[in-house]
Write a protein that binds this ligand. Structure first.
Ligand SMILES: [Zn+2]
Length: 309
């Protein structure tokens, strides 16, 4: 009898394990901070943090509807929905769903969030195929990089333009000034998109930047034994982004990985009474210069490896 029970247990357990293997990596176990809850809060003005400890998700509250930037890991969207509700907002009032880039750790929850909100998804042209196909461009064969496919409703096309490529009209900020602007900052992904917001705080006009990313990470910059470059034109794209961002000096620099702008420390300072704890003038230029140097180093290394040196 006991043997039979053990056998039954094994039979039941086997398919579950197989499923986990198919998915490749359990990211919540691999990177626990990506899935760990974080108490949602108001950053400044009508900008709110509704992400997890490691993966930022931003809510921009507008009188006529809200914008939500990014969707976190696949299967973890309920945390975001709960965070929005905890702040007193309704997911159904989210009108615009936006994405910094089509990699599973930032786009994985978008399909479910779109379903829950009924919002339109706006995304830049370079990332549409990856969002709608549910893959990491250039690594389509890697199931661990997959995300639930999600339909893009409006395509942002202006590749060359600086901020002002697309304007999302929302109430808030300085009267007469557009409130939320997008700029394409490609390289890390082909459609990597950054956002600029204007916030009136205590009669001062502050500029916040939610930057996509400029890390090389898992990207193949050149063709090698590992395969072709991640996508055609990737090196030129990174350089375009470094050139474009040379004079960007936001008052508040934010990103989609919370350690980039020191979420925990800044939040602690804010809780302790510093209501401008997220002001970090100069931080973006420091960040982008580091990333530029790291990119050139990675490019030299990958080119050297490709030449067999
Ligand atoms: Zn990424």
């Amino acid at each position: 009898m006991r043997k039979l029970l053990i056998l039954l247990t094994l039979l039941v357990a086997a398919p579950l394990n197989a499923q986990e293997d198919d998915a490749g990596i359990d990211w919540a176990a691999e990177q626990p901070h990506w899935a760990a809850p974080f108490e949602p809060f108001n950053i400044i003005g009508n900008l709110y943090y509704v992400g997890t400890e490691g993966l930022a998700v931003y809510l921009i509250a507008g009188e006529d509807g809200h914008a939500l930037i990014d969707g976190g890991l696949p299967g973890h969207e309920q945390l975001i929905i709960d965070n929005i509700a905890a702040l007193g907002f309704d997911i159904k009032d989210v009108k615009y769903l936006l994405n910094t880039h089509a990699h599973f750790d930032h786009s994985g929850g978008l399909a479910a969030l779109k379903e829950a909100s009924g919002a339109e998804l706006w995304a830049s042209e370079g990332d549409v195929s990856a969002l709608e196909g549910g893959f990491y461009l250039g690594s389509e064969d890697k199931p661990e990089y997959a995300a639930p496919p999600v339909k893009v409703d409006r395509v942002l096309r202006d590749r060359a333009s600086d901020f002002g490529g697309a304007v999302i009209s929302m109430t808030g900020g300085e009267p007469g000034k557009p409130f939320l602007l997008t700029a394409l900052t490609p390289g890390h992904s082909r459609g990597c998109t950054s956002f600029r917001l204007f916030i009136d705080d205590d009669r001062e006009h502050l500029e916040a930047l939610i930057f996509c990313s400029a890390t090389v990470a898992a990207n193949r910059l050149v063709a090698s034994d590992e395969g072709p470059a991640q996508y055609e034109g990737i090196v030129d794209d990174y350089r375009l982004t470094f050139e474009k961002t040379r004079d960007w000096t936001p008052d508040i620099f934010l990103a989609n990985h919370s350690e980039v702008f020191g979420l925990k420390d800044a939040r602690e300072r804010q809780v302790a009474g510093n209501r401008r704890a997220f002001l970090n003038r100069g931080a973006f230029q420091k960040y982008i210069l580091e990333k530029k140097n790291a990119f050139e180093k990675a490019l030299a290394e990958q080119s050297g490896a490709a030449d067999g040196e």
